[in-house]
Write a protein that binds this ligand. Sequence first.
Ligand code: CMP
Length: 935
Amino acid sequence: MLFRRSCTYNVEQSTRHYAKSSVTLCNLGVGATFGESILHDLPRDSTVVTKTTCELLRVEQQDFRLIWEKNKELMNDIITNCKIKNGFGPGVQPAAATSPTKRPLSPDHPNPALPITETPSPAMNRMGWALRTLLVVDNSSCLKDRKVSGKLIRKCAPGTELVDWLVNLAPIVHTRAQAAGMWQALLEEGVLTHVNKEQPFKDKCFLYRFRLDEEGGAPAAGIPQAEDLSAANEHIREALSALFQRGPDATLRMILRKPSHERTPEELELVFEELVHIAALSHLSTSIKRELSSIIVFEAHAQAGTILFNQGDEGRSWYILLKGSVDVVIHGKGTVATLKTGDDFGKLALINDAPRAATIVLKENNCHLLRVDKEHFNRILRDVEANTLRLQEHGKDVLVLERVAKQRGQHSAFKYTVMSGTPAKMLEHLLETRLGQSVSGMDPFLDDFLLTHIVFMPVVQLVDELANYFHCDAHEEAQTPEDREYIINFKKRVIQFMQKWVMAVRHAAFEEPSVCDFIEDLAAEVEADPDLNEETSIIHNVLTQMARYQEDRNQNAGQKWKLPTNGQPICLFSGNATPSKTVIRPDDDIIFRVYCADHTYCTLRFPMHTTAELIKACAADKLQLNRGPDDLCLVEVKSNGERSVFKDNDVSIPTGLTLNGRLFVSVKDHLDALTQLPEQECPTEGVDIDLEILSTKELAYHITIFEWDLFWAVHEYELLYHTFGRHHFGKITANLDVFLRRFNEVQYWIVTELVSTQSLSKRVGLVRKFIKLAAYCKEYQNLNAFFAIVMGLSNMAVTRLHQTWEKIPSKFRKIFQEFEALIDPSRNHRAYRVFVGKLQPPLIPFMPLLLKDMTFAHEGNKTSLDGLVNFEKMHMMAQTMRTIRFCRSRSLGLEPPSPKSEGEVRSYISSFRVIDNQRVLTAMSQKVEPTRKLN
Ligand code: CMP
């Protein structure tokens, strides 16, 4: 066995029949090994002839066998690959045995020995023809018929000799590498081929030949005539210069088609230098580009119309378009975008672990792509990939995504989250990435969408879009099994969406007739489609919930509410429902008074959703204000005389009034003439009882039960209506209004009780009782009442009662200080947030803070950014809305402290006697404890 050090050998093969005419099979260079047949005692199957002076390392048969015995595993490779590496041996097959047309271009494992075009371009064909012509007529040429493994190969030449010839021929070629690149340029278009299509062009002893000389080659492949020679000579300069230009790119493409372990350090350097110039990678660090150099793959597709991958497929690679263009096609939409040279695509499915969001179809012949496969993408790029991804349709941004860090317990390390988008595209993205079997782990996008879509996508539009998705097969006549599977998946996602929707917003979904109709249609379709068998139980469950809602609605139809003459509270006075947990509905009636400037009034009865405009018109008519609607307005006059005018399209007006506010209809120009009624300065209606005799714990218990029911009736959507303005939605916020009024009611009840208690000792007793009440409410996790009580005790009219506070035992004062610290608004209510963050449901949150968070998110962020919905804002709002859901996620199961005076306490706490005019309260406080005069 010999190892060559510095020499050139010809390896020649001769058979008995060709004893005198041996064929040079290949040229061996430095590093080659030969003579391995000694291992099996076989006769030498070729002759080795030195071409130059040689230095060899020789291993004797005996030693070779010994080494072999000890290192079989290591040497196996040398022995078996020895011949192949040297360009012949068992791997060498006659060209005809493997037809190039039968070997498809395999994008997964591109073979650098195969052409990247289906047929050579005319220009390359001509260059190849000119070179071949010159080679054939050159008598000393390397292009010879050679026998390989007993088979004659016509007009082939070893790579080394082709390089020699080209270096000699073309003065512009200075290095062997340049010449090799030029031959590779011919090889990648199929003008030149390796004899058995296994090697790209190498400056080695592998044998190559022209396509023209392959079996079935063009008839022109005969011996060139004189005129051919002169035409070739004429063309050759131009051909060489063109090939010279193409060489480096061809070499690079060849490297990029080799498996990573075959890329040499020099080749990796070449790739790296190329990657530096690719815009799609410009944001990546040098070290990442170096890592990419070894695994990035070149992929070429010859035919326009080729589908690179289909929407719904599993994502396996990320692509950069180097040459050509591709169409992005979406089911039911067609081509939504065309990507051009330099664009990248396919990241979404990899990062989101979701199916492909679109089909990619080649728009042109001969598209060139760079590809990074999923495993490498995840290892190298996933953590460092660009933070923002913009998807376009028809030249406009439709979805902007941002990479987010992993949430604990989430399936994938990183996901894209939606920053902004068009409503329809966000819905599409949601259906395709957040629903279906492939999705695991909780992700807030779906929930955010369900909680906030009413801001940017009205229910009717959402139902329309869902119906379109569900019926995406309506216009497709012939369906392949793959299409059918795809369509079924889409239908399944719509059903799952409906289930999640109903779970997230409950009865609010059923309040829209379009939703109910859609659910019924879906149920019918699901039942009729055997492919949707599994979805039957889901849609039936939705149907059951819908039926329950409708039944409840019918039972409670005709609920009536009253806003008593003396302000608050709203009370139910008829209807079938039990008073607890009664939701105020848009078409419930409410009876209320509307006054005019002279304090005469009319009593009206209207559904909750009636607009201010209608109330105004009706009141004006009843009160005989003979003015046109444009001259009039509906106004609230608060107990302190403040006025606030309603918009004509505002709804749920009576519930929106402040505690002791009154509704007026007024001529717009005479608003100044409106004064409050004398009764507004007096306490509201309520049970008069001696508080002292009521157990504090029992009070806290019943307050909590009562407020839990009010809180329970508030729908998360009401926070949105309240924040954006009810008039935008035409939706009532009556339940939220009542709950907020309750907060003020409790707060002012504390103050009213204290300033209207004349006896000092009774006041002291009351303060102690209220501090204890706050403590019990805190214990019951009714933080809304806790805040209201502590705020009431901190009201200026109470804090100034020094004689009272002086008599409060220090133990109570200390507790009160702790309570004050808890409601301290500084650092955005940090103390409260930390405290409440540790609580488990059920709990009643401090609602005004949730509303403040909503307002903060609303006022600090635009709803629309460059025509796209600012979904970050929706996410912020949904977080607050989810707090409500969390608080109510367990039902309230408090142990009643004692059943003794239940009825009495319950009726007392349900409507407190309240003065909400601060001036009056301060005056009363002054009266019970006049300000001490300083001597
Ligand atoms: P992915 O979902 O992995 O596969 C299809 C790719 O098409 C997708 O990633 C995006 O990179 C790309 N694409 C470009 N424009 C759009 C678009 N408007 N909608 C969806 N995908 C798009």
